[in-house]
Each structure stands twice: as structure tokens, then as C-alpha cells.
Design a protein around this ligand. Structure first.
Ligand code: PAZ
Length: 341
């Protein structure tokens, strides 16, 4: 009888077969410097992941599968972690929302709507002065103190490579390392050795016909045209949360998120995840209500809902970061009670 591969074998198979992003080396250098600097002064460091991962269908990518995440949760949470005294590594999907600038981007309004012309100069409109000054001060302070490192990914494989390398770099921080995994990570993907090189053609007439569609592995391509249909055969992305907990960050505090659309599944799946991976906290949310309610599922406290009024949903459920920050032991004396904004 064949045994399922071990977690270690699955990990090495994935990372050997799916090459790292070009930017990995320089990102690792940046992250190492950042972590060392904050470790030296005993500051807590949180890795916030944010936004959605893509699943490319071609090596020279024209088409890819994506998901809904705009990075609101991650970008907003990063601001609150900074406020709680953490240094933040913000690993986000390229062009998704960023801490601080999120207030003025991806909006129904253009950032130019916040400006006006005065005596031939561009100035911030009076009605936005106060709010923008508050945001600007926070941003400037985070920059001045070098407390925010921004890294990016696009694909699922880039995300996993960066997560693994940064997590390993954070090991010397011990329990002062916090992982806040808010990115919407794809469950299925096209492995590199089954990816076609060139743009998938819309008719069989022009499809690549050399059997393996341009990949050198000899494996059947994961995406092909049949008649006028596109057939995509995705494989499961290995669940690396176990590896993070046991191997990459054994001493860190790990908070994962669970997104569902069916309310009857949410808590059950969050509990399942907690039992399976034995990390510290799962924050569950439903697609339709994620802006105003989440459920915390932890071994210590069981199931606990946090809700904020619906009409203030454009902000964050900021109690999350405060709660997580306190649970991780940060600013234990000065932490405010969980706020709902
Ligand atoms: O980025 P966003 O604010 O639009 O959405 C946040 C979220 C729903 C992606 C996040 O809260 C979450 O649940 N992330 C994990 C998703 C998952 O892989 O189950």
C-alpha cells in the first residue's frame, strides 16, 4: 500500500518544482535587515499577508485565475498593528490596498477629489484637511521609525515562497513574531511542470500540438482547448499552515483567517482548521458580512463574535488587531479594550 507523502516531502516537492520569484533574493535581504533591526531593540514583528493570489494558466501569462480580495482587511490591520507598537512586514498582492494610502485609493472617488487649486498650487481641500493630516502623521511616523516593510507577490507560488522565507527569518524573534494571514490564498493551482508556455488559443486549430504544449516535463498540460471549450485541470495547493506552525515558525503566534460563504460551515471549518494545524487563532468571516462581523475561534476562548454597526463597515473591525496584539502579549499595560470602529 502506498503511503501519502510526508509534509516534508510535499514541501520539498512543491518548492523544487515551482521556481521562486525573481525578487525573492532582494526581498529576503530587505526582510533580514528589517527583522534584525527590530529584534535588536526587542520590538515585536508581525507579518501581515494581504490580498489575493493569482493562478497563472500560462508561463508567459496572459490569463490567470484570481479572487475577490482587495486587501482591505490586511491594509487596515497593518495600520492598527503599527499603532499597537509592532513593526509590520506587509506582504501583499501587488497593486492591492496599502496601509495609509488605502484611505485615498481604490475608492469611488479619485485622489484628485481630495485636492484643490489655490494660488496656482495644489492643496488638500479644507474638508479633508483634518483626516488627511491624521493619516499623514501616522504614515510619516511609521516611515521615520522604519516600522513598515512592504513586500509584494502576484501568484500563489510567489506568495508561498515569500511566506516561507520571511517566516524562517523571523525565527530568532521567538514568541515576539506574529503571523496574521489575511491573504486570500488559492486552494488550487497549475503546477509549473504542467503549465503551457504560450497563450492558450481559443480554437483547437491553433492550439499547440506537440503533446505537452511547450512544457519540458512531458506531463499533460493542465489547460487545453477541446473544441471551443477551455478545459482546466487544477491541482490542490499543499496546505502549508502545518509547515508554518511546526517548521517555519515554531515559536511564533499564528493567526489564520477562514473565509466561507455558507454560514453553517464557518465555525465548523474554523474549528477544524484549529484542530488540524494546532495554531493559536482562526478568525472566521463570511464573504457578505466580512466588513462588520468576524468570529474568533481559539482553544482558550472557544467561539467569540465581534460585530460593528453595518453603516460603519467601510472602516475596519479594528478590535481584531487590538485583541490579537494583546493576545500576543504586546503593550499589555497600555492596550485599550477592543474597539469597534
Ligand atoms: O481583502 P478583503 O478585505 O477584501 O477580504 C479579506 C478576506 C476575506 C480575504 C480575509 O478576511 C480572509 O478571510 N482571508 C482568508 C481567506 C481564505 O483563504 O479562507
Amino acid at each position: 500500500m502506498e503511503h501519502p507523502p510526508t509534509a516534508e516531502a510535499t514541501e520539498s516537492h512543491y518548492f523544487i518544482n515551482n521556481p521562486p520569484p525573481k525578487s525573492l533574493k532582494s526581498n529576503v535581504t530587505l526582510a533580514r535587515e528589517f527583522i534584525d533591526r527590530h529584534a535588536e531593540i526587542g520590538r515585536r514583528v508581525v507579518l501581515v499577508t494581504s490580498g489575493g493570489t493569482t493562478v497563472p494558466l500560462e508561463t508567459q501569462t496572459v490569463r490567470y485565475i484570481d479572487n475577490f480580495s482587495a486587501g482591505t482587511r490586511g491594509a487596515t490591520s497593518a495600520e492598527y498593528f503599527l499603532q499597537e507598537g509592532y513593526a509590520v512586514i506587509f506582504l501583499h498582492r501587488q497593486f492591492s490596498l496599502l496601509p495609509y494610502s488605502r484611505h485615498y485609493s481604490h475608492n469611488t472617488r479619485s485622489f484628485l477629489d481630495f485636492m484643490k487649486e489655490e494660488n496656482g498650487r495644489v492643496v488638500v481641500d479644507e474638508q479633508h484637511q483634518e483626516e488627511m493630516l491624521r493619516v499623514l502623521r501616522q504614515y510619516t511616523e511609521a516611515k521615520r521609525e522604519n516600522k513598515l516593510l512592504i513586500l509584494s507577490f502576484v501568484t500563489i507560488t510567489e506568495y508561498l515562497w515569500e511566506l516561507r522565507e520571511v517566516a524562517k527569518l523571523m525565527q530568532p524573534l521567538g514568541p515576539k513574531a506574529l503571523f496574521y494571514l489575511a491573504a486570500a490564498v488559492s486552494d488550487f493551482f497549475v503546477p509549473h511542470d504542467r503549465m503551457v508556455e504560450h497563450k492558450i488559443q481559443s480554437s483547437e486549430e491553433f492550439s499547440q500540438t506537440n503533446g505537452n504544449n511547450g512544457n519540458s516535463s512531458g506531463k499533460p498540460p493542465a489547460a487545453r482547448t477541446e473544441g471551443r471549450s477551455l478545459v482546466i485541470d487544477l491541482e490542490p495547493v499543499p496546505k502549508f499552515l502545518k509547515q508554518l506552525v511546526d517548521g517555519w515558525a515554531p515559536e511564533g503566534m499564528i493567526v489564520s483567517f477562514k473565509l466561507e460563504t455558507d454560514p453553517s460551515m464557518l465555525v465548523r471549518k474554523a474549528q477544524y482548521s484549529l484542530e488540524k494545524y494546532a495554531h493559536h487563532l482562526v478568525i472566521g468571516n463570511l464573504l457578505m458580512t466580512r466588513k462588520w462581523e468576524v468570529v474568533f475561534v481559539s482553544t482558550m476562548e472557544g467561539e467569540k463574535w465581534i460585530r460593528v454597526p453595518r453603516n460603519r463597515r467601510t472602516k475596519s473591525i479594528s478590535g481584531i488587531e487590538s485583541w490579537v496584539g494583546r493576545a500576543a502579549g504586546a503593550n499589555a499595560d497600555s492596550a485599550e479594550p477592543a474597539r469597534a470602529e
